[in-house]
Design a protein around this ligand. Structure first.
Ligand SMILES: Cc1cc2nc3c(=O)[nH]c(=O)nc-3n(C[C@H](O)[C@H](O)[C@H](O)COP(=O)(O)O)c2cc1C
Length: 325
């Protein structure tokens, strides 16, 4: 299945695995890339640029296909050593970077000089246009359904994707809520050149996370996510659990006066406990509404090939009927 995205990144299928904290290790990225998609290592899960260099080397030993690195530009006081991480990416020979969070503008010259293709993930048309303007090669348009940070505009993909198609010249992929063949077809129909999936890839055999996490995703329905940290303008969609219900309660009580200190014990340092130890109530962790569409734990190859094959069948069989005179 050829699209502008498969051409841009030199991949077989227009399916990308978005960076995910404590999920996007070499094992995850290599499994997706070996299956013909684009796997992505999560840069900041690696504590230092040296650790990232090692993770890149490990991924290279596991696949000879293209893979990328995610760099998330967080709001916050102590900025990570971004130049150090970029050096590790450049020296590691990685040619694709997924940026997210704040604008990557300050780092574009360094990335472009190294011949790196940049796909920026953002949640609005205006941020997508800014990404295009500063030289990004593609955009991941992340709708309100998404796991993680949907921004503050709350525009679902049924509106956001065709709006992006109206305005953007560079290729974009549909991100947020994606997990099935019919959604890939819909995304293509709405003007996207592929899909980016986060949550769906966690429920795969190769995802290097505790079995409890995978089982929780299969058990969850589309009703089981919550939005937290809205009063802090750092909204995150997470899977509901005891800790998350506590956050929701605190935020309801304190309203706009909620501070990060009020909930820090329920959102800080949670990822290793959930993803590695399987402590499902340890705190808030990102999860998308697509959980309602996750019913199994396939290999990445089964998942990606299943989506693409079924998508082609939907186009040639179900949809072609509607085009008949
Ligand atoms: C557990 C988890 C952790 C994530 N961590 C990050 C991250 O560190 N950086 C980032 O840019 N996006 C992160 N994301 C967002 C994904 O890359 C992707 O944009 C999102 O999951 C798409 O929505 P979906 O979950 O509905 O597929 C995370 C998502 C999940 C589910």
């Amino acid at each position: 299945m050829k699209t502008r995205i498969t051409e841009l990144f030199g991949i077989q299928y227009p399916v990308i695995q978005g960076g995910m904290h404590y999920v996007g290790f070499a094992e995850m990225a290599a499994a997706v890339s070996n299956a013909g998609g684009l796997g992505i290592i999560t840069g900041l899960t690696q504590r230092t640029p040296e650790d990232l260099a090692n993770e890149i080397a490990k991924c290279k030993s596991m696949t000879d296909k293209p893979f990328g690195v995610n760099l998330t530009f967080l709001p916050g006081f102590a900025a990570p050593d971004y130049p150090g991480y970029i050096k590790a990416i450049v020296e590691g020979g990685v040619k694709i970077v997924e940026t997210a969070g704040r604008s990557p503008e300050a780092y574009m010259p360094a990335l472009k000089e190294a011949g790196i293709k940049v796909i920026h993930k953002c949640t609005s048309v205006r941020h997508s246009l800014k990404a295009e303007r500063i030289g990004c090669d593609a955009v991941s348009v992340d709708g309100f359904e998404c796991g993680g940070h949907p921004g503050e505009d709350d525009i679902p993909n049924m509106i956001l994707l065709p709006r992006a198609a109206e305005e953007l010249k560079i290729p974009f992929v549909a991100s947020g809520g994606m997990g099935t063949a019919s959604q890939l077809v819909a995304a293509l129909a709405l003007g996207a050149d592929g899909i980016n999936m986060g949550t769906r890839f966690i429920a795969t055999k190769e995802a290097p996370v505790h079995e409890n996490v995978k089982k929780a995703l299969v058990a969850a329905t589309e009703l089981d996510t919550r939005l937290v940290m809205r009063p802090l303008r750092n909204t995150e969609r997470v899977l509901s659990n005891a800790a998350v219900e506590k956050i929701v309660e605190i935020e309801r009580e304190k309203g706009a006066a909620t501070t990060i200190e009020d909930i820090a014990h329920l959102v800080g340092g949670v990822y290793p406990k959930v993803m590695q130890e399987g402590e499902m109530d340890a705190g808030a962790w990102s999860c998308g509404m697509v959980a309602g569409l996750i019913h199994d734990i396939p290999t990445c190859k089964e998942l990606i090939e299943g989506i693409v094959t079924e998508a082609q069948a939907i186009i040639t069989q179900r949809l072609s009927k509607f085009a008949a005179a």
